[in-house]
Each structure stands twice: as C-alpha cells, then as structure tokens.
Write a protein that binds this ligand. Structure first.
Ligand SMILES: Cc1ncc(COP(=O)(O)O)c(C=O)c1O
Length: 478
C-alpha cells in the first residue's frame, strides 16, 4: 500500500460503514460482497472515461441505453419512452423541473404544485430555475391530497408532482388522481420514484399491495428513479425517464457560441465520469431481474420485522404503515427521540432524526436495505436497549432562555459573528485543544435545539455550519 492509500484507509475509518446493513440512511446495502466487488472493479475501469462525448466513448452510451431499457420494463414505460442517466435524484428532479419550465415559454411566472412532503430537491429546483413551489398540505395519512392539488393547478402551472414513496414518511401518493388532474389541464406530471422506483415493481410482483404509480398511469409524463439507491449501484447515478422524446427535448443543451467544441449535454454536467455509469451498469447486469426480486423480498422482510419490533415497544409507534422500504417511527413522552437516535448510533445502528415540521412532531427515519435482513434480531435488541437508555436519560432540556432567544432571532439579520456564537452555543461546532474544528459525538442537544428553531433559522444555522466545515486544509495531516 502506498502512503496515500494508508491515509485513505485511516480517513475512511471515520465514516459510517457502507456495508453491514446497519447504516439506515444515505447508503443502500445489498448484503452481497460480490455486488460490491463488481461495482468497485467497473468504477475503477471507467473512472477516467468521459461520457461527455458518446462518439468518443460509445460503450458508455450503450450502457446508458441498456440501463434506461431495463428501467422502462420496471416503470411500465410505453414504446415511445426515452431516458437519461443523471448523477443522482436531485439532478433528475432539477432536470424534470427545468424541462417543464422550458416547455412553457408562454408562462411568465411558472409554478409547480407539490405535496408538502415532496423532496427538498424540488425546492432547490424552484430556487435554481425561478419556478414557484405551490405547496399543498398532505392528508392525515401523509399522502398527497389529490383534490387539493387539482384545485391548486392554474394557467401558470407547468408541473405537478407526486412521490412514490415520499422520503420522510415512506408512503406512495395517489398518483392516478394527481396525474389525471394534471392531464386534464394539459400539465406535466412527474413521479418522484427516486427511492421507490427500483423496489416497488418487485414489491408488486411479490404480491404486496402497491398503489399505481408507473407510466401505466395515464397522465404521468416523467419518472425519476435512483440506481444508487435500491438498484444497489455505486453512488452517482439516477435515471430520468420521459413518456416520449418530445417531453425530453427542453432538457438538452447545446452551445456553439464559443470557439471550442460544440457543447452538447443532456444533463447539468458536461464532463461526466464513466465510473458511476459503468459501475451501475455492471451491478444491474450482475444482479439482474431475478436478483432484484430476491433483494426486494429480503428488504421488505426486514421492514416487516422492524415494524413488528416497533409495534412491540410501548414507547414507540409507526408514524404511518410503510408502503415500501422506508420506516418512520415516533416516540411517546417517556422517550426522547433524539436521545433514542444517539443511543442507536452508539450501538452501531445509524438512524436519521427528522425534526418537527408543521403540526407533526419529531420522528426517526430508517431506509431499510436487503443487507439489513440478516441483522434484524440484533436491531430488535439494540432498539429495546436504546429505548430503555433514552427513558433512563430523561428528556433533553433546551434552556427556555435559548428557546426564547432562537425564536426571537431573524436569521436574515444575523452576521457571521452571531452565527459563530450560535454554533458554539448550540454545540454544533467546538474546538479541540489544538484549535481543530470538532464535531459533537452525540447530537441530542443539538437536534433538540434545532427542533425549536424555525425552518428559516434551521437553514441559516446549518448553512453557517457547512460554511465553517468547508475550510481548506493546508498541508496534509495524518
Ligand atoms: C424521494 C426522493 N427524491 C429525491 C431524492 C434525492 O436524491 P439524491 O440524494 O440522490 O440527490 C431522494 C433522496 O433520498 C429521495 O428519497
């Protein structure tokens, strides 16, 4: 091993494990080391290849078209469908919104109608592309309210969105009614199946009840599905499919307005590493349809087992019964949810806290993979121990003075010094004895503080946090 590789191993040792089925957010683990070997080798073989020019790297074009072809089968796409490999769910969503906006040059102030549970990537798209996000509250079951969404569509609406499933609650929106309402007004309808698109088709085949969400639903014009989630591919790929080629047209960008090569792109990127494309293609080729059916069966069996242990624990409840592989749980007053999160993390189970939003209290998110299945009994005992520990620790108290202070602040009026003070007071950023930036090992106090902050204050604080994190390291350190 070279020094660089030794140092890389040391650095990587600080990260969450990506294998072992115990990291229940950010990563998706097939549990099969052979899948990881295939992915690693394919990524390495293509790391320097450039998908910018399909005539120079025709193998990447072939792989992309085969991936889209595979997805056409899963998403019940008609023969007219086309698609593009993007870098991730957010990029697929950005392009769906940009394409919808640019398909309607007649609309001066474009709007898109979103259920309030739509992924934050749509808010990013609204921000980037000047499309107003019209948020429609969801029903008591956390599913989009199709009637209210239909009523929110107007002459300036360029896109209507549904999730299959939503990230925060793991439920599938009523796509049939939403897409019909969009079609009735001649508006595009995008289904965000970033997280469910590679698992729901197999759930259906396994005989589980899955509400309709694919291109088989009239009025659905585009669907995003992330291969770097439940296709168990390496990070860096998602697919954006359109019902026909005319819908994709505004997504393309060409520029001959400079002296170099004519730029020609289907995504926001220009140079695109061949690594993730080849890694994804190789994993999909290796696992295949039957393999994905078996992996979905395992992931869903793990979900059932986790749901059963939540049901068996009096201090816990499911926020809503999952439609897919995402589980959202909440605690009763005896068990602080943020302490429970820390206790699970301390036992090697990474789960993701979700802050209060509107009238809904905090919750805990679990993205369950096939790789979790062999470990569900360990999870059950870690959960029981963590609940007991959180109950023994009692509630996390946020100083009422701090609450009043945070509530009174207008983030727009704060300067850098204020944020330095707030970050230190919140415990998000500390300094070690040698002046190094130090992150908290337990997050309960920080999350409890963020939980009482307004969404605008959360955003501002976390942006300030990221700004402090992203500072140059001059000279390498061990
Ligand atoms: C439903 C949904 N949409 C979009 C995204 C964004 O995907 P990415 O993080 O790959 O950009 C996610 C990510 O979890 C998601 O769950």
């Amino acid at each position: 091993m070279t020094d660089a590789m030794q140092r890389l191993a040391v650095l990587q040792g600080r990260d969450l494990p990506v294998h072992g089925g115990r990291t229940l957010a950010y990563v998706y683990d097939s549990g099969d080391p052979e899948v990881d070997r295939v992915a690693r080798e394919a990524v390495a073989a293509y790391a320097a290849s450039n998908a910018l020019d399909p005539t120079a790297f025709p193998s990447l074009l072939q792989m992309e078209n085969e991936l889209v072809g595979f997805a056409c089968g899963l998403l019940e796409a008609p023969g007219s469908a086309v698609g593009t490999v993007t870098s991730g769910g957010t990029e697929s969503i950005l392009l769906a919104v940009q394409g919808a906006r640019d398909s309607r040059p007649d609309v001066a102030r474009p709007r898109m109608v979103l259920p309030s549970t739509a992924h934050a990537a749509f808010h990013k798209a609204a921000h980037y592309f000047g499309v107003e996000a019209v948020l429609v509250p969801v029903g008591a079951d956390f599913r989009a309210d199709a009637g209210a969404m239909a009523a929110a569509i107007d002459d300036d609406t360029v896109l209507v969105v549904a999730s299959a499933p939503s990230y925060a609650h793991g439920v599938v929106d009523p796509v049939t009614a939403i897409a019909a309402a969009a079609a009735a007004r001649g508006v595009r309808c995008h289904v965000d199946a970033c997280i469910g698109g590679w698992v729901l088709p197999y759930a259906s085949r396994l005989g589980r009840p899955v509400p309709p969400w694919t291109f088989a639903v009239d009025g659905v014009t585009s669907i995003s599905v992330d291969t770097h989630k439940y296709a168990y591919a390496p990070k860096g790929t998602s697919l954006l499919l359109h019902r026909d080629a005319s819908l994709r047209k505004p997504q393309f960008f060409a520029s001959a307005a400079w002296p170099g090569y004519t730029m020609l792109n289907a995504t926001t990127q220009s140079t695109r590493s061949g690594g993730p494309v080849a890694g994804t293609w190789a994993v999909v080729e290796h696992i295949g349809d039957d393999g994905y059916l078996a992996l979905a069966d395992r992931a869903l069996a793990a979900v059932d087992a986790i749901v059963a242990c939540i049901d068996a624990e009096p201090a816990l409840r499911l926020v809503v019964a999952p439609d897919s592989t995402l589980v959202t749980l909440a605690t009763d007053a005896s068990c602080d949810p943020f302490t429970l999160t820390d206790e699970l993390v301390a036992r090697g189970w990474y789960v993701q806290p979700q802050l209060s939003f509107g009238d809904d209290g905090p919750s805990i998110h679990l993205s369950v993979s096939a790789g979790t299945h062999p470990h569900v009994e360990e999870f059950a005992s870690a959960l029981a121990d963590s609940v007991a520990a959180a109950q023994a620790a009692g509630p996390v108290a946020v100083d009422p003075g701090v609450v009043a202070f945070i509530e009174a602040l207008d983030p727009a009026a704060l300067g850098d010094d204020d944020f330095d003070g707030l970050l230190a007071a919140s415990g998000l950023v500390g300094e070690s004895a040698d002046g190094e930036l130090e992150l908290p090992s337990r997050m309960a106090e920080v999350n409890a503080m963020l939980d009482v902050a307004s969404p605008a204050m959360r955003e501002a604080l976390l942006v300030a946090f990221l700004d402090r994190l992203q500072r140059p390291v001059r000279g390498s350190r061990a």
